[in-house]
Design a protein around this ligand. Structure first.
Ligand code: ZN
Length: 187
């Protein structure tokens, strides 16, 4: 069975058995919380369980590396919507040890891109229009520094109100243990 068909067939049974009932909640986060984290597969269930987050508790925004690429990109946009529309009062950036975006080998990705049929010409055209693909794909050297940087970007953003607390944590992707990098309640 193809992956999508597998999902759809499972889904029919899920809905039929009303297994959704225990997940019912509103779209306003009960804990007035927005979390920015990484798309790492090990964190899918571990992160909410380790932080005691259930359906309805928090807005969770994810991408590769829990990084903010641009102060007016989709991550900040989501955080702003969570604050103003859904009353989030705390923002927590949660990076993790062993992140794929840490010391990412951009040369290797560039080779894979070309091997999958994207021409060097396309990459050159992007470069000439201001997009250095390798640079754009680059992650970070230190997860701690990356988290501090993200906290700083959110904290100093002109559209983020000063009464919101911005925290930075590192989660262990094996044990779920949390380490505080930035405590937003401290001045
Ligand atoms: Zn990661």
């Amino acid at each position: 069975m193809k992956r999508l068909d597998e999902i759809l067939s499972y889904n029919k049974q899920f809905v039929k058995d009303k297994r959704y009932e225990k997940y019912r909640s509103t779209s306003n986060p009960n804990k007035k919380l927005v979390i920015l984290s990484c798309m790492d597969t090990r964190l899918t269930e571990l992160l909410p369980k380790a932080m005691n987050i259930k359906n309805g508790d928090a807005k969770i925004v994810k991408n590769a590396g829990a990084t903010i690429m641009h102060p007016f990109g989709s991550i900040i946009r989501s955080i702003i919507v969570a604050i103003y529309e859904f009353n989030a009062e705390d923002v927590i950036v949660v990076g993790h040890h062993g992140c794929g975006m840490s010391n990412l080998d951009t040369n290797s990705i560039m080779n894979k891109i070309v091997n999958r049929g994207v021409t060097e010409e396309t990459i050159a055209t992007l470069y000439n229009s201001g997009i250095d693909v390798a640079k754009w794909l680059h992650g970070f050297e230190s997860v701690e520094e990356s988290i501090k940087e993200s906290v700083k970007v959110i904290k100093n953003h002109p559209l983020i109100p000063k009464d919101v607390n911005i925290h930075g944590l590192i989660i262990d992707p094996y044990t779920g243990s949390l380490e505080v990098v930035v405590n937003g309640y401290e001045p």
